[in-house]
Design a protein around this ligand. Sequence first.
Ligand code: KIV
Ligand code: ZN
Length: 508
Amino acid sequence: MTDIIEIFDTTLRDGEQSPGFSMNVGEKIRLAKQLEKLNVDIIEAGFPISSKGDFESVKEIARKFRKAKIAALARTDIRDIDRAWEALKSAENPIIHIVIATSDLHLKYKLMKSRGEVLDAAVKAVKHAKAYTPFVEFSAEDATRSNVDYLCKVFQAVIDAGATIINIPDTVGYSMPDEFGSLIKNIREGVKNIDKSVISVHCHNDLGLAVANTLAAIKNGARRVECTVNGIGERAGNASLEEIVMALRTRRDFHRCDTNIHTEHIYNTSRLLTHITGIGVQPNKAIVGNNAFAHEAGIHQDGVLKERTTYEIMTPQSIGVFQSTLVLGKHSGRHAFRERLREIGYELSEENINIAFKRFKELADKKKEVFDEDIEAIIIDEILRIPDTYRLVYLNVISGSVTVPVATVQIEIEGEVIQEAGFGSGPIDAVFKTISKIAKTDCKLIRYAVNSITGGTDALGEVTVRLEEGGIQVIGQGADTDIIMASAKAFVNALNRLDYRKKHPIVI
Ligand code: KIV
Ligand code: ZN
């Protein structure tokens, strides 16, 4: 018999709260849409009391998405729970996720509370949440460094108070797989009313063991797992969704478990997150890294050509990676373009198809071969990006071996087009300085990186910048065949994110 393991995706909460990964409401909705396509069981949409932006994101996601259950995080403070409920209340299946630490270390230094006080706070919070929704999750933060008897006592009490899910986090990624598996077994055996709740786990990757620990927990009875796309999250991240899902699918013979995930959407989901946040995955990342299905060694290539399974334990197609083919050129029509979009996973409105098609035609004029990755970059750049405070209208740059690089830029800010010119030590420096002048910002450029999306000198260049102002760091991205243009787009995108973060400060 194959048991189904529920996937609780926390990319929009634990993932998003790590530095450089913050997303605005529109971006979170884009990702939530993709998570529904992926068919995750639960979307943790945010931590409503932490910021106005998080509150709005949870509210919008709760209102818009009906398939997955929607969760929001709250501490045991009654105001946290009320705020979480306020954001969640229009959801079809709202989950209030309550957390309080249970390790003596956290009790002594962070909470300054006794074990009895924490137990009382947990019970009170669960009862309060239960009055709002039948679905209440209780997380014992730092569970893996907590006294097991006390942990069991807390779980038993919160289940009696109405918790339907108990979550066991390895908050600091401290546990070893055998040890974590035993902890789950001890909790199953030590908590008398455990059959009234689902056992969930939440593993961090500080020692690179988050997925191994999650799988060990499943072997010992966990039936829900918390994870993130690309493994993003606090510090070294959370357990990676794609790794857990493919480990269960590929080794169903061993685990006797599977998930509801539509694995053919894994790759697109990973790419979307990368594009939204501007942070890619390492090339050798399991499942979604660029090299995950590349066979370099001659002996391996020979083996794969003779029989794929000699060196491939799963197919690239199973996660939605198809051979990058030359799909369209400048003579391709709208119909072919729309079909290709659908094949690579984008169902767009007519209006958005028109916008993307116009950009595609412009690109096809400059570039002989248009690949799937180019089309994807257009979609991300033109459609998935939310128009914000600043919009790049015009850019002209003069540079060369004897001229001083000069940029002329027009930016639209709230309906008004502002023009400036300025010079710099190079063309990109001139562009950034001029845009900064228009936006009246003295932000610092911390990182600048250029990537070519496909091969050849006519390839789309993808630029990522990281900016810092007043202690806030953001990432911006832009793509264009002209890397100076791509740089300007990336800079403007980062300024929009900076502006959003200034307007929606994280208060906790
Ligand atoms: O890592 C952690 O302990 C958490 C809890 C809120 C589940 O993120
Ligand atoms: Zn966490």
